[in-house]
Design a protein around this ligand. Sequence first.
Ligand code: HAM
Length: 423
Amino acid sequence: MTKTSSFSAPKGIPDYVPPGSAEFVAVRDGLLRAARLAGYGHIELPVFEDTGLFARGVGESTDVVTKEMYTFPDRGDRSVTLRPEGTAGVMRAVIEHGLDRGQLPVKVCYAGPFFRYERPQAGRYRQLQQVGIEAIGVDDPALDAEVIAIADAGFRGLGLDGFRLEVTSLGDETCRPQYRELLQDFLLGLPLDEETKRRAQLNPLRVLDDKRPEVREMTANAPLMIDHLSESAKAHFEQVLGHLEALGVPYVVNPRMVRGLDYYTKTTFEFVHDGLGAQSGIGGGGRYDGLMAELGGQPLSGIGFGLGVDRTMLALTAEGKSAGNPARCEVFGVPLGDAAKQRLVVVAAQLRAAGVRVDLAYGGRGVKGAMKAADRSGAKFTLVLGDRDLAENTVGLKDMATGDQRQIPLPEVVGVIRESLAG
Ligand code: HAM
């Protein structure tokens, strides 16, 4: 009788187990490949931080801070929060370690779990996996384009093509306050319900993100930031678009884009996948030129992105594609008897030292069971070693695709297998 565990993973949190987890690793690493080629160094940060860092960094009026944070007192009664996103922590670390006093831009990348107490549904998890990059300290439209192009290359490198890049500009400190007032005046002149009016007062931009058709209709003619940019913000945005065109990165301008985090300024973007239903954002980011000063550092600019690893995996599935190799090994060893096992254990170690992925049939379960295990392992070749082979100093090499088996000299096994795998 099989016993089922009385425990299960917390609600809304996916496990990634073999063989599917090979895709998780391939997606996570693939999404950052272009970043590593562009000089972004790895940064590894705490999974929880002082609650105030996120409240200040992400924005007191955002859903993330007001409704979704995992916040609790530690045993020393300090309020800590499981990180809901990566940018605030990166800024904290850059300031704390004085990286902003060295060569600029500071370029870092990261990967790991983030935590948001959202209502779980397809593609929306309470522990979500992101990769991200941040480039801090240089306000150059070419850098904005680099960041966006790295995300685009990450998705395309995995074979995805059913997504679109939406970009806009959220203006800077010289034009945003005036626009905010303009939008607020417009919204407060509408027959909105009390709660939406309150939102219009607190964070008017968020009302543009209201999904209710009646609100959409009322705000269809709302003033848009992109029509009220300062000269310099406008020039910056146009240059970013020019770079994207030169780089061959396709985009559409979406002037109604609203991001869920408050730190964004100027260039802001999202990658949207059409095959995912409601949770269609596979990545997003933008400039955050006021964030470092807000967190007590120098007034340096910054830009970055976060890409959803879980959602990228769902997008691959939606496109009928996959990434990574779920095969556990390339070669599987089947020993027939104790002496053969002793020898095959050594052969496996030699093959592994030569960079070949090898697994063995352990536990003496008989030829049939061992051959089944070889089949399931996904190996391209199986080594079958019996007493007679040992006496003749040979081993059976079975090609799992064709079923052909031949005897090869045992001392030559590493060379023959490397050649066969390369061929
Ligand atoms: P974000 O748009 O909140 O940005 O998250 C980035 C990506 O994480 C989303 O596009 C989505 O793919 C994924 N994601 C977010 N929430 C969930 C969830 N509940 N379940 C599954 N996936 C999710 C940020 O976090 C910013 N820190 C990005 C950034 C970096 N901006 C500048 N630098």
